[in-house]
Design a protein around this ligand. Structure first.
Ligand SMILES: [Zn+2]
Length: 326
């Protein structure tokens, strides 16, 4: 029940109840409601300005962390990207150059970009910083393509290398007589040799290595013995087919160490220096043929000789011009 307020009436000298009008009463209540509402709004405004709700604050912190991590992820992807580009460079400019083959065309290396359509769903998510996420996805896609092409390229390089190893191993690339046991080179390669005894042009299509009878003779490259027999001119002679167009011949041998049809490895002892056939003294007559045509064997000795030894061989071959076979 509302309290009744009184006032002192000086005219009647009595306390009389205050009778409020309806208007005054309404204004009173309305004023109270307005002031209360204003105070409530003021409190909410001050609170929101100074205090973030705990849940929202946690989400903001998480969002900040996520953006930070996406940034780091992009940096790491860039590092991986740079490494792949280094591998591509080595592949194109070192491995493929050594193997004498063409680099992978840049159009194949770059591949298709795939466009932005595949990321439409991502963009439509209305992310705060879509470029951050988009860049990472694009880099990952690009990396996957580059790595796939690089792995295929390595498969090809590996096959080429295996083939090249076979070619290199087969090539007649060493001296058939050890340089330490070599006394001299009696006659060099000379397609226009005039023979002093026979008085006619008689090409000397090999090199004569003078060494003692019984000095080991080595196969100069991997291959297969296609002939090992006694010839009236060559004496005991061995023919080796190295494949890829190369053949070698070893003549005037004292003895054989292999049989016809036998596979041989570079550096394997196949026979011994002798003085058989049309020979004027103990020596090895050595020939290199490419596509059935004799070529100068001097060009094939680099692999097992140091500079000094190589110069010695060149000097020996220049000094002596008279072959020991005829
Ligand atoms: Zn000769």
């Amino acid at each position: 029940m509302a309290k009744i307020k009184y006032y002192y009436n000086t005219e009647t000298c009595k306390y009389e109840p205050i009778r409020a009008t309806k208007k005054a009463l309404f204004l009173n209540v309305f004023g109270f409601v307005v002031i209360s509402l204003a105070m409530a709004l003021g409190i909410i405004y001050v609170y929101r300005s100074n205090f973030t709700p705990i849940k929202e604050s946690a989400l903001r912190a998480e969002n900040h962390e996520l953006k930070l991590n996406w940034g780091i992820l992009n940096q790491e992807l860039q590092t991986a990207y740079d490494h792949v580009e280094e591998l591509q460079f080595k592949d194109d400019h070192i491995y493929r150059v050594i193997l004498d083959t063409e680099p992978i065309p840049s159009t194949i290396r770059q591949g298709g970009t795939g466009g932005h359509d595949q990321y439409a769903a991502l963009v439509n998510q209305n992310l705060e910083d879509p470029a951050l996420v988009l860049t990472a996805y694009e880099k990952i896609d690009d990396l996957k393509k580059k790595l796939y092409i690089q792995s295929k390229s390595y498969d090809q390089v590996s096959e080429l290398l295996t083939e090249k190893e076979k070619i290199w191993a087969s090539r007649p690339a060493i001296q058939p007589v050890n340089n330490k046991e070599l006394k001299r080179i009696a006659g060099g390669f000379n397609p226009k040799r005039f023979h002093p005894i026979l008085k006619k042009i008689l090409p000397h299509e090999g090199i004569d290595f003078t060494a003692d009878i019984g000095t080991p003779v080595y196969a100069t490259g991997d291959g297969t013995v296609t002939a090992a027999y006694r010839s009236t001119t060559y004496g005991n002679v061995i023919f080796i087919n190295h494949g890829y167009g190369y053949q070698t011949r070893y003549a005037h041998l004292h003895d054989f160490n292999i049989r016809n049809g036998e596979p041989v490895k570079r550096g394997q002892v196949i026979g011994y220096v002798g003085n058989t056939g049309r020979s004027q003294g103990p020596h090895l007559h050595y020939e290199v043929l490419y596509k059935f045509k004799a070529i100068d064997p001097i060009n094939f000795f680099q692999r097992d000789l140091d500079n000094e030894e190589y110069e010695k061989v060149i000097e020996l071959s220049r000094k002596e011009t008279m072959p020991l076979d005829y």
